[in-house]
Design a protein. Sequence first.
Length: 76
Amino acid sequence: MGDWYWIGVCAGLGVGIGVLLAGLLAGARAVLMAALALGIGAGIALGFAIGEWDEAVGGGAGGALGAIGAAQLVAG
């Protein structure tokens, strides 16, 4: 149960990072793609900081999905 908890924590924090970056870098499509890449990278880095590879995968997936979801809002 402990691993699933930390994977969920990393995924949630990754979503938050992805949404934040998409909101800060709102503008052109290329800039939103940069927010997506940065969200994935930050989520992976956060996952490795908290745990192992499984937390990093959860953080990266959360960062990607957060940036994609927020991009729909900030793009108009």
